[in-house]
Design a protein around this ligand. Structure first.
Ligand code: 13P
Ligand code: SF4
Length: 331
């Protein structure tokens, strides 16, 4: 008996998760959700993760349809990696201010000014920008990707200035030019707010996403001894979950989009996770609602298309990234 028939019989409404799983099975679909989705979408999905983890699942999943609960560049990346599958995003208007901060024309002009440089682009970019890129990276492997390029080869890194600054700092390399783009949500998590929260809670650990405007401040606080260096961790969203797993008690100040708190609390229910900025919510991520997810499953909306010639060039840069892997995972 279907859930709908069963709920009519018993007079109880099925949960969103049950409905999504039943529809997904009927449509041979897998539902992926980014860590910044609202808790109800995360709980209804088959897999929740960071952008690299979800790209990998998209590339390997046996289902013929992928429903990507995230923003448009993520669904586009899934289509690039799985061109024969149907890729749907419940709302195609879910964009990304960071991806908008570098166009393919701007990247072509930057490359023309710097012949011989290797281009590394964050996955938060359009397919057209990925097609102009040598190697993609995500926040979980940006350092490893740039480290794989010979030390004397110049690098153009875009579009995120804070992630670029993080890579330069870790690798102590001055031949990396960084594009001046930013994510409006992470740029708004500032150093003063982080310093005040850290001072008010001297025992708390700090999990900081490298896209944040406060990542430099976090390392400055650690460097000057205001916060013990071992309390400060610069992590991608997926690595935040890994860092939380196994922790039993204590408090953690979390500097990233607030959707992250849900997975952290599930990973370590005894730990007090607190956002550094409670207003750090990505309006694009939150455009994916239960109603739009159900419509997507029932009606096949909104299908994501990528021009095959652009997709072929973009695939090469994404596959180079996937081949490099992530630190600490053994992958
Ligand atoms: P992750 O790569 O850590 O999942 O982050 C993606 C993103 O959009 C950050 O704002
Ligand atoms: Fe883009 Fe920022 Fe939203 Fe991430 S949080 S999807 S980088 S706008």
């Amino acid at each position: 008996m279907t859930l709908t028939a069963e709920s009519t019989r018993t007079g109880t409404a099925p949960s969103l998760r049950d409905l999504v799983h039943e529809l997904a099975e009927a449509k041979d679909a897998v539902v992926l959700a980014h860590n910044y989705q609202s808790p109800e979408i995360q709980d209804a999905a088959h897999f929740v993760g960071d952008s690299l983890q979800l790209s990998r699942i998209a590339a390997e999943t046996p289902q013929t349809t992928i429903i990507f609960c995230g923003v448009h560049f993520m669904a586009e990346t899934a289509k690039i990696l799985a061109p024969d599958k149907t890729v749907l995003i419940p709302d195609a208007a879910a964009g990304c201010s960071l991806a908008d901060s570098l166009t393919a024309d701007e990247l072509r002009a930057w490359k023309a000014e710097n012949p011989g440089a290797v281009v590394v682009s964050y996955v938060n970019t359009t397919a057209a920008v990925k097609a102009e890129t040598d190697i993609c990276c995500t926040s979980s492997n940006a350092v490893e990707v740039v480290a794989s390029i010979p030390a004397d080869t110049p690098v153009l890194f875009g579009p995120d200035q804070f992630l670029g600054a993080h890579v330069r700092r870790v690798l102590k390399r001055d031949n990396i030019q960084v594009w001046g783009g930013e994510c409006h949500v992470h740029a708004g998590i500032n150093g003063a707010e982080l310093a005040a929260k850290a001072a008010a809670d001297p025992e708390a650990e700090l999990y900081v996403h490298p896209e944040c405007g406060c990542a430099t401040s976090a390392l400055y606080l650690a460097g000057t001894g205001v916060v013990a260096a071992d309390r400060v961790k610069i992590l991608s969203t997926g690595d935040m979950v890994k860092a939380a797993q196994g922790k039993k008690t204590g408090a953690v100040l979390v500097a990233t989009e607030i959707g992250m708190i849900h997975q952290l609390r599930k990973a370590a229910p005894g730990v007090d996770f607190r956002p550094v900025n409670e207003r750090a919510s990505c309006k694009y991520m939150k455009m994916i609602t239960p109603e739009k997810l159900l419509r997507s499953l029932r009606e096949g909306t909104d299908e994501v298309h990528v021009d095959p010639a652009i997709a072929a060039r973009a695939r090469a840069s994404v596959e180079r990234m996937i081949a490099i892997g992530t630190p600490g995972t053994g992958e």
